[in-house]
Structures are given as C-alpha cells and as structure tokens.
Design a protein around this ligand. Structure first.
Ligand SMILES: [Zn+2]
Length: 239
C-alpha cells in the first residue's frame, strides 16, 4: 500500500520528492504528505514546485498504490525533482472539523443508545455534516450536543492514533461505526484507530488534530430529517 506520510508525520507540510510517473495534468510522486481524502473527507490541497515554476494540486486520485496528484492545468507536464507544499491551513480546518465529527459521533452514540453513522462529509470551507440512524428524537436534543462538543474542546483531550490487530478490532463492538474515512489496514494487518483520551476510540484513516484544544469553537447548524430513520446534522466553526 501507499505510505500515508500524513499519518506518520502529521506535521510535515513540505518536502522534496521525485516524479515517478506522469501524464499531462497529473503526477505520481516518490513520497507525498498529501491526504487523498475519502469517505466524505475532502483531501488536501497544495502546490508542487519544480524547476521553472509551481502548480496547484486540486485533488488526489487513488489508483491502487499510485496516488495521482491532479494539477490545476490539465495540460501541465511536470517531471524530475520537485518540492511539495501541503496547504497547512486547509489541512487544519479539515482535520479540526473531522476530529469534532468524532466527538459528535461519540456523544450521539452514548446519548442515543448506539445509534450509528450512515454518512458524513467534511468540506474544505469549514462546514460539514453527519447523518445518524435516529428515530423519534427531538431535534433540540441533538442541537443541545453543541455545548458538550465545545466542552471537549475546552478540556484539551489528547488525540492520537493507536494500531490494533484488524481481526480483533472487527470483533470489538462500536469500534467500527462506519464513521468516515475508510481506514487502510497496514501491511501487517493492523488497523488504525483514533483515540480521544477517555472519550472515544474509532477506526479511521483521516487527518486529525493532536489535541482537541486546537479546534476553533464548534457550532451545530440545521438539523434535517432525511427519511424515517435518518437525521442530518450540519455543523461548522462558530467563529
Ligand atoms: Zn477520523
């Protein structure tokens, strides 16, 4: 599998690389700190600098082990040694809201007897949504979760990845709630879990904060009924 540098070195926002494959408008790199996105989480943005210029990367297309970094100019040819810069502000915005979606998920799971996530989306503009399998619950009770989410931010809980045996994880109820980004098992069959100290443990391959206090204040927006069993909670940063 491709190496997720963004998991191994989450603070790495720029590095050298070599183009290992190319076509007009896209390149595969020898290494990449980009998160490709997936499962509703938007991927990283950034630029690739090369001899004679630089070009924006609009998104990453995953083709097995090969990550095609799609360039802003569909005709651009980039080759040789390059320097990769990931947009750290975009990464932080997405990782913050995505981490808060874990918190919201944990609170809903606890308060409404194990209700599962049926969909999630984290956008680049600081907005997102989660869909939960919930029936007959007053929307005001869901809206009231905004305060406990902000309380978790204030408590500055440590967020860190832990790796467990994938088979063991599959047998542990609640660990895989189809939350979000498809978690890539490692080559030796381990699964990546995101542990929020004392609050939640969830299989996930996305990008996260290292501490909940890094997040801006959280705000719950519109809550919609999507069919009989689905509730959609929209959220954003409060400031
Ligand atoms: Zn996650």
């Amino acid at each position: 599998m491709a190496i997720y540098l963004c998991h191994e070195q989450p603070d790495l926002s720029e590095h050298d690389a070599v183009v290992t494959d190319g076509r007009p408008g896209a390149v595969v790199l020898s290494r990449s700190a980009f998160h490709p996105g997936g499962g509703g989480q938007v991927g990283d943005l950034g630029v690739i600098e090369f001899d004679g210029g630089s070009i924006a990367v609009t998104h990453v297309e995953v083709e097995g082990d090969r990550w095609w970094h799609v360039l802003a100019d569909p005709g651009a040819i980039v080759d040789g040694d390059v320097h990769v810069r990931v947009d750290a502000e975009h990464r932080l915005r997405v990782a913050s809201l995505h981490t808060m979606s874990h918190v919201l998920n944990a609170l809903v799971f606890d308060e409404f007897e194990g209700s599962l996530v049926t969909g999630a989306q984290i956008n680049g503009d600081g907005t997102g949504r989660m869909d939960f399998d919930l029936t007959a619950i007053d929307n005001d009770r869901l809206r009231a979760l905004e305060a406990p989410v902000n309380d978790v931010i204030a408590r500055a809980l440590i967020v860190e990845p832990v790796y467990v045996d994938a088979d063991e994880a599959a047998a542990t109820p609640g660990l895989i709630r189809s939350l979000s980004v498809a978690p890539p098992p490692t080559d030796d069959g381990r699964l990546r879990l995101i542990d929020i100290d004392g609050l939640d443990r969830q299989a996930c391959g996305g990008t996260h904060l290292a501490n909940t206090a890094q997040s801006r204040p959280f705000k719950i927006g519109k809550i919609e009924n999507k069919g009989k069993h689905n509730r959609r909670i929209r959220f954003a940063f409060a400031d």
